[in-house]
Design a protein around this ligand. Structure first.
Ligand code: DAH
Length: 339
């Protein structure tokens, strides 16, 4: 019996397989109903008791070796099949899932083009700011209730440091670094301590515009905003300016556009007014110019600021602000066709 075991062992070692059928033949030869190893198990019954323990172990080991070898042969056959074929297994799977631009990026890109064609340059500033750049230099007096217009995130250990609540702070940083004429747009993230809902979020994006030169007038502001609205929402769009208040502009206004859904007739989106509010604007308050060492007797300027999420909501009819931040591909995929 011992020599039979040795024999089969060698057979297993030397066996070569060209196909799955060869491997299956080997399996039947060794482990099939009448297979050589199966037969050893039946002969085992007649082995004298004192040899049973040792021989039993040998036969079991043999069976395991056979099973292992069969698996080994199968694996190497599979491997060589792939190697021989033209498939490159390192390539990513098909269909390829391409990403798309985020709607906020799409709107920003459009705004860069529109204002870029009017000569506005893009500048950026820090998101973590000090009180001076966010409030004081923009004519918000200390303890003035106007500071409550925006729910500010303060740093507990140092109330002078805040997360900027608007991109108007970048106006100030620009005035510190450049002399007029200044013509810039300032995009970026802003932060407000608001409960998150379909209409409000604690993080959103704004873009600020600033133009300072000699003889800049309110008519220039109106013309610039009309051009912007027509480029973004189509040539039929109308604008209207309503008097408003911002500490850093005087006079101040809020701009509405005629509702792009109902064309101004009145619908659910414009709450049946025919108008949609989209931005704040005004003539730069002379105090703000003087705070920043620009002589308000020589120079005048206009400024405007708007929320990008709001523009994107109107443009793409998105009803819930939270969708912009959730990275849900079912939402993002819908912008694939927009260039
Ligand atoms: N900073 C204002 C806000 O966050 C928006 C704004 C209004 C910006 C009027 C301006 C402006 O530059 O002139 O609500």
């Amino acid at each position: 019996m011992q020599s039979k075991i040795e024999n089969i062992k060698n057979k297993i070692k030397d066996f070569k397989a060209e196909s799955i059928k060869d491997i299956e033949d080997l399996r039947i030869l060794l482990l099939g109903k009448k297979g050589e190893i199966t037969r050893l198990f039946s002969e085992f019954r007649d082995v004298p008791n004192d040899q049973k323990k040792e021989l039993g172990q040998h036969i079991n080991n043999l069976k395991n070796a056979a099973l292992e070898r069969i698996q080994q042969l199968k694996d190497s056959l599979e491997g060589s099949k792939i190697e021989k074929s033209d498939i490159d297994v390192t390539l990513p799977p098909f269909p390829l899932n391409f990403g798309s631009r985020h709607p906020i990026s799409l709107v920003l890109e459009e705004l860069y083009n529109i204002f870029g064609s009017l000569g506005f340059k893009i500048v950026e500033g820090p998101e973590i700011e000090d009180d001076w750049h966010v409030f004081s230099s923009l004519n918000f007096p200390k303890d003035h209730p106007a500071r409550d217009m925006q729910d500010t995130f303060f740093i507990e250990s140092n109330p002078d440091i805040v997360l900027r609540t608007h991109t108007s702070s970048v106006q100030v940083r620009t005035m510190e670094q450049q002399k007029p004429p200044i013509r810039v747009i300032c995009p970026g993230r802003v932060f407000r301590n608001e409960a998150i809902s379909a209409r409000a979020h604690c993080i959103f994006h704004q873009i600020e515009g600033l133009y300072i030169d000699k003889n800049v007038s309110f008519a220039d502001l109106k013309q610039t905003l009309l051009y912007f609205a027509r480029e973004l929402f189509g040539s039929d769009v109308k604008i209207r300016l309503r008097p408003s208040f911002f500490p850093f502009t005087e006079p101040s206004a809020e701009m509405d556009i005629s509702c792009n859904l109902c064309g101004g007739k009145g619908c659910g989106v414009c709450k049946h007014t025919g108008w949609l509010e989209i931005l704040g604007c005004g003539m730069v308050d002379p105090n703000v110019l003087d705070f920043n060492n620009i002589d308000s007797k020589i120079y005048t300027g206009f400024a405007f600021g708007m929320g990008i999420e709001r523009i994107a909501m109107l443009k793409y009819q998105v009803k819930d602000l939270r969708l912009y931040f959730e990275n849900d591909t079912r939402f993002l995929n819908q912008f694939k066709s927009v260039l």
